[in-house]
Write a protein that binds this ligand. Structure first.
Ligand SMILES: Nc1ncnc2c1ncn2[C@@H]1O[C@H](COP(=O)(O)OP(=O)(O)OP(=O)(O)O)[C@@H](O)[C@H]1O
Length: 249
């Protein structure tokens, strides 16, 4: 796997409403290889979302350096999935998924086929003409993932994408994401509060310390890439998740 992104000494200080300075990130170093899934975990407020925003280019004012092997093209190379799917209620599922392509004025037959393939991949082919209000929470989030993949981004940034779902739906979406990764081999950075989610989905887990956020350790997940629900019952799964939990204490 080649290198895709290197984060060096990245720091971010916000100025609050009363003029106070809040250092959200300090000296963050992280390397991300092409095709890997990196989970970011850390205590609430340690700057996980801030780091994703820096990487996404949503906020250009920060210290340090982000170096891409190939600089991302705005609106094309970075897919973002948030905790809330934020679908447009007046558009069908298909037209929500094709939103990014419309912004790029890509109406080619390949692009339309790609949207159909993605709907198939996320299990929404039969719901293409439905509206968001007709979908369950899990289905909406699957549509949001398809939308983020529609323009074939180089990296997918996911900010607690399953945080608002119930446990059963969340487990199902985890397996969907594994399948999606298998089919697309996208590089993914996933912010999560769940050590089990990080263990199940990631190749490596970066653990952040409390504010100002720093990466205090990066661990390889000691599990084969080929994972399924039985993986959760392996002793090394519980052991690794337990070690992460301890590191967060
Ligand atoms: N726009 C902003 N203005 C001022 N302070 C901010 C802003 N955005 C974030 N912060 C502060 O930066 C710190 C890091 O926030 P961030 O949302 O990145 O943390 P997080 O680790 O993602 O939190 P959580 O796990 O609770 O979602 C927090 O103290 C937050 O209050």
């Amino acid at each position: 796997m080649g290198e895709l992104l290197s984060v060096r000494e990245v720091g971010k200080t916000y100025t609050g409403a009363k003029g106070q300075q809040v250092t959200a990130l300090a000296d963050v170093d992280l390397d991300v290889a092409e095709g890997e899934v990196v989970a970011l975990i850390g205590p609430s407020g340690c700057g996980k979302s801030t780091l994703l925003r820096m990487i996404a280019g949503l906020d250009g004012a920060f210290d340090g350096e982000l170096t891409w092997t190939k600089p991302p093209r705005p609106g094309k190379d970075i897919g973002f999935v948030f905790q809330e799917p934020a679908l447009l209620p007046w558009r069908s599922v298909e037209r929500n998924v094709s939103l990014g392509l419309e912004a790029l004025r890509d109406n080619s037959s390949e692009a339309r086929q790609r949207v159909r393939d993605l709907l198939e991949l996320v299990g929404l082919a039969d719901f293409a003409q439905c509206f968001p209000k007709e979908l369950s929470g899990g289905m909406r989030q699957r549509a949001a993932i398809a939308r983020a993949l529609a323009y074939d981004p180089r990296i997918l940034l996911m900010d607690e994408p399953f945080g608002a779902l119930d446990a059963i739906t969340r487990d199902r979406l985890h397996d969907d994401l594994l399948r999606i990764w298998e089919a697309t081999r996208k590089t993914i950075i996933l912010v999560t509060h769940s050590v089990e989610e990080a263990t199940y989905l990631a190749d490596r887990v970066a653990v952040m310390s409390a504010r100002p956020g720093r990466i205090k350790a990066v661990h390889h997940v000691p599990l084969d890439r080929d994972r399924d629900p039985s993986t959760r019952r392996l002793p090394q799964f519980a052991e690794f998740a337990g070690m992460l939990r301890q590191e967060l204490e």
